[in-house]
Ligand binder design. Structure first.
Ligand code: GLP
Length: 259
């Protein structure tokens, strides 16, 4: 199962994951990062700012998890814009090396296959950052997504549209479709790091980490991965049955073992 690390707060989580990413880039300057949007990964990107300042990060490559379909990439809430604003610009990455699925309607028929080809051509994702939706989705793989799925178009649930309405003027502006890396795509990344903070994520985290493997809870797919790390604060960890064991395991972790 995944390694669960319970930290004091989101900043501590950001520092921990940023350190892992810096180590990865130290060993491989053109490392391939799997980038997530949403509010959850922001502490990681924030922590990376100071840690990567002054370094040559131009070789770093990246693939975002998902994008809305039919939203102008220039729209401030397209994931292309979000990744540019939150990750590419503050960290000084090369925008040409940072990919986001293409949600344009004109090319949507082959956009999923194109994205899979691009990930494969890059040699796969080294470290995939993940958040989790309140309904257990990762990327935009809504409940019912196949564990073998590849990048493709999905229909957003009303719950997700409501959750994301805060970024738009009204819920009517939230697109109904998205293009997302599949669960099978995500599972091919070499290291998964799922973050979650706050009570609102506690049930989804418990279901993903300790619940049955089920397409109804897409996050449970991480249990199939040989190297998955779940970094949560106390509130998001509050429904984990084995929380004490995770704390004990982490406190007694050998120094030579990273996350
Ligand atoms: C969106 C994104 C997911 C993200 C989720 C949770 O639906 N597509 O990748 O994990 O929101 O967002 P937040 O981190 O803001 O709670």
């Amino acid at each position: 199962m995944a390694e669960v690390v319970i930290v004091e707060n989101a900043d501590a989580a950001g520092a921990l994951v940023a350190a892992e990413i810096v180590e990865l880039i130290d060993g491989r300057p053109d490392a391939v990062l799997g980038l997530a949007t949403g509010s959850t990964p922001l502490p990681v990107y924030q922590a990376l700012r100071s840690r990567l300042a002054g370094r040559d990060v131009l070789p770093v490559r990246g693939f975002a998890l998902d994008e809305y379909v039919g939203l102008d990439p220039a729209h401030p809430e397209s994931y292309r814009s979000v990744i540019t604003r939150d990750v590419v610009e503050p960290l000084g990455l090369d925008p040409r090396r940072i990919h986001v699925p293409n949600g344009a309607q004109a090319t949507i028929q082959h956009a999923g296959d194109d994205y899979e080809t691009a990930i494969d051509a890059a040699g796969g994702v080294d470290l995939q950052i993940l958040g989790i939706g309140t309904d257990g989705h990762i990327g935009f793989n809504e409940p019912g997504s196949s564990f073998a799925s590849r990048t493709r178009v999905k229909t957003l649930t009303e719950q997700t549209r409501e959750d994301n309405a805060r970024f738009f003027d009204s819920i009517d502006d939230v697109p109904r479709h998205c293009i997302t890396q599949g669960l099978g795509t995500i599972l091919r990344a070499r290291h998964l790091v799922l973050l979650a903070f706050g009570e609102g994520k506690a049930q989804a985290v418990a279901d993903a980490v300790e619940g049955p493997l089920s397409a109804i809870l897409p996050g449970s797919a991480i249990q199939l991965h040989p190297h998955a790390t779940v970094v949560v604060d106390e509130a998001a960890a509050s429904r984990l049955r084995l929380a004490d064991y995770y704390r004990y395991t982490y406190a007694n972790k050998p120094d030579w073992q990273g996350i």
